[in-house]
Design a protein around this ligand. Structure first.
Ligand code: CP
Length: 341
């Protein structure tokens, strides 16, 4: 695809060559993400960060990524502080805010809403999550992490074995990740969820059409016994009609150190898009895994900066200029992306 000026709305826009280009640019961002060097390549540019659903890492890491490229960030969070609460349409909001920004990141609870917004925007729009539909930048950072983790253990993306666990019906990260996995060869995918929260058939079909082996189950221990990656997800309470309905499924699939030791292979990598629900009745990824070196959840979040910097540099067509506008930092820094579990 042509990245300069493009909206990023769905992972369906990417082919495997596009993914490799994004990941190569992400790799090149490491000195800047680590604050070893500073670049001003996007000096004068403004990111409009519009999040109409709660977010910690997507909103903040998009903002940090833009700042690290030298740009500035303006934010709107929640409907109540936006004129949408006064009845303003997405069309008008897009026309207005795209006059104030050079690129916009948006999260919205309704499927298709970010695409609707983008159709009226005068600047590129990046989907930060639209309802249960897609979360393309999360899927890219997940895939980037998977590739790094399996390569570090001598494996490869082709012939990957992955278990996706939890709320596969409403979890947009697994929807986008499934579409990306369909670009690879001979992947084995174990889908583990309560029957009522099973992966929608269209995503299962996409995986099967790619020739992948897909198993569907409501049983955890067997499904995690021979995989490279365990990808756990939270019950997406905000998509249910009531808390009581979400409570029916919360805590159904819990991974802790004892279960990991008993059923997983010693090298199995543990991932989660976060937030993990650490309340006692949920706890799908126990904190007793925090010292497990195969817990990659904070490597995922660190990688999110690299991938989002890459997307901005590619969309705004400055990849070749990043280093030209760079210098070493002159303040204390001591960061290592690999020091966290
Ligand atoms: N993974 C993710 O989307 O996290 P946030 O909801 O905190 O942005």
């Amino acid at each position: 695809m042509q990245f300069p000026g493009a909206h990023i709305l769905s992972v369906e826009q990417f082919d495997r060559a596009d993914i490799e280009r994004i990941f190569a640019v992400a790799d090149s961002m490491e000195p800047y993400a680590l604050r070893k060097r500073v670049t001003r390549v996007l000096e004068g540019a403004i990111l409009g960060n519009m999040f109409f659903e709660p977010s910690t890492r997507t909103r903040v890491s998009f903002g940090c990524a833009f700042n690290l490229l030298g740009g500035e960030v303006r934010e709107t969070t929640g409907f109540k502080s936006s004129a949408i609460a006064k009845g303003e349409s997405l069309y008008d909001t897009a026309r207005v805010l795209s006059g104030y920004s050079d690129v916009i990141c948006m999260r919205h609870p309704e499927e298709g809403s970010v695409a609707e917004f983008a159709s009226a925007s005068r600047v590129p729009v990046v989907n930060g999550g639209d309802g249960a539909n897609e979360h393309p930048s999360q899927a890219l950072l997940d895939l980037y992490t998977i590739q790094k983790e399996v390569r570090a253990k001598g494996g490869s993306m082709d012939s990957l074995r992955i278990a996706m666990i939890g709320d596969l019906k409403y979890g947009r990260t697994v929807h986008s990740l499934s579409k990306l996995l369909a670009l690879y060869d001979r992947v084995e995918v174990a889908l583990v969820s309560p029957q009522e929260l099973a992966m929608p058939e269209k995503y299962v079909e996409t995986l099967r059409a790619a020739g992948h082996k897909v198993t569907v189950s409501s049983e955890l221990s067997q499904s995690i016994s021979s995989v490279d990656i365990v990808y756990s997800t939270r019950i997406q309470e905000e998509r249910f009609a009531s808390k009581a309905e979400a409570d029916l499924y919360r805590g159904r699939f819990r991974l802790n150190q004892a279960i990991y030791t008993q059923f997983c292979q010693p090298n199995t990598v543990i991932m989660h898009p976060l937030p993990r629900d650490s309340r006692a009745d949920a706890n799908e990824l126990d904190t007793d895994l925090n010292q497990n070196p195969n817990l990659a959840i904070f490597r995922q979040t660190d990688n999110g900066i690299l991938v989002r910097m890459a997307l901005f540099a590619m969309i705004l067509d400055v990849v070749d200029q990043v280093d030209k506008h760079a210098r070493d930092v002159n303040w204390y820094h001591n960061r290592d992306l690999n020091e966290l579990g």
